[in-house]
Each structure stands twice: as structure tokens, then as C-alpha cells.
Design a protein around this ligand. Sequence first.
Ligand code: IPE
Ligand code: IPE
Ligand code: MG
Length: 265
Amino acid sequence: MSQPSVISTDHLKVCAQPKGLDPLRMPAHIALIMDGNGRWAKARGLPRMMGHTAGVEALKSTLRLCNKWGISALTAYAFSTENWSRPEDEVNFLMTLFESVLQRELESLEREQVRIRFLGEIHELPEKLQSLIKEATEKTCLNKGIHFNVCTNYGGRRELVLAAQRLAKRSATGQLDPELIDENSFAEELFTSGEVDPDLLIRTSGERRISNFLLWQLAYTEIHVTEILWPDFDAAALTLALADYQSRCRRFGGLDPLINDHSQS
Ligand code: IPE
Ligand code: IPE
Ligand code: MG
């Protein structure tokens, strides 16, 4: 009897990964705090804005590598609710940069099967950016490749408050029994609804804090901090972060699953 002619492509993803990494222990979801653009520029005697422009290139190549290496989701912090407190010309520059990058890159996102979404309070962004976001989200929503979540005007506390407000409103109108609110139904109200929690958080530029990023979702995420400034983050730096992740023992509050007899240890 002849075999069905379905050819599995799973092995291709495995082969595409860098040497030294275990293809079976790759994170499904990576969260990224892209920090250090300003310091990168300052170190070169350039204006801060040049650091942001260079940072876009690092993000493009990181996204491409994650897609190629079979990582299912990448959630990147592009602009926090606190970043509005920066000088007006920097904020304006960033908004215009987001617009031009979206316009320029949409075709390649479509071609590379990336599904892009923007997490945060999008309605507070400039109108032009909002309509580009809408277009990119709609055009890529059926894509089968990596889920690329760009956190823009995102704040973790704000996200939690908005979720609580939505649940409270439904409870007040009798649509929801408050006793039935659990961790799953709460998570469904977050911007990240439908996405698994990040396995790995990478923060560049050496800062050891999470700066209001994914406060709920990072509960059991492994954290990798690198001194590298974001525009310098490359394939070697990503490989190091992944190797660090693979060296961790994730216990989730339990005991090491690789040790059978815990009574002796
Ligand atoms: C991260 O780089 C980009 C954004 C927050 C938009 P920074 O602009 O924070 O760079 P540093 O931390 O000042 O070096
Ligand atoms: C975090 O970086 C926000 C983004 C990367 C978008 P910041 O530079 O704003 O964080 P802090 O101020 O050092 O905590
Ligand atoms: Mg910073």
C-alpha cells in the first residue's frame, strides 16, 4: 500500500537552528526589552535618535532569526506608557519611526508569514500610526509564522487595571458571576490573550528591572540580562541567551523533575 504523500517539514525547523542548542528545548515565546538605544548613540557621539534607528535593524534581524529557528512568538517592548515623559522631539521621532518602519516592512512581514499584533492602548497613538497598525494587523492575521507582538503605549499595570475594569463591568451588569473569575478568565482579558506566557525574557543594556512590562505574564519566565546595547544585539547574542535559557532548571515551585529520589537530596 502506498504511503500518503504528506511531507513533514518539522525537521527543517530543527536543522535551521544554531549548533550547540537543543532543538527540543527552545522557548516557545520570547519577550524582549530592547534597551540601550540612547547609550549606543551617545557612545558614538551621535544623537539619541540614531540609536532608535539602529535599534530597528536589530529588531528586524532578531525577528527573522526567531522565525527561522522555530520560535512561535516574540513580544517586543517598543514604547511604554512611561516613555511619554521623554522630551517631545524624541517621542515625535519615535512615532514617525514606527510609522515609516511599518510602511516599509509590511510587504516583507506578509511574505515571511509573520503575524503582527500591537499590544497596548493603541487608540492614544497618532491617527496615522493607528491606521497603519490596523492595516498591518488585518493583512497578516491569517499568517502561519511567528506571532510578533509589538508593545506600543504598553504598561503592565494599566493592562491589569483595564482587565479588572472589564470584568467588574460585566459583573455589575449581571453578565458574569465574580466567583467564576479565575486565572484563565483573567488572562483572557489581557492584551496578550491567546498567547502562552513567555518562557524567556531578554533585557539588553544591563538593567536588572522589568520596567512595567508583562507583569502578569512573566510570573515564571526565565530572565536573561545582557550588557549588550540593543542596536548591537545580533545572532551570537541571541544564541547566548538561548543557551543560558537551556541551562536553567524550571521548577515552577516544584522540585527538579530530573532528580527521581528527592528524599536523599
Ligand atoms: C530603548 O532605548 C528604546 C525605548 C525605550 C523607546 P532607550 O531610549 O531607553 O535607551 P537608553 O536606555 O537611554 O540608553
Ligand atoms: C523600557 O525601557 C521600555 C522599552 C524598552 C520600550 P526604558 O528605558 O523606558 O526603561 P527604564 O526607564 O530604564 O526603566
Ligand atoms: Mg532605556
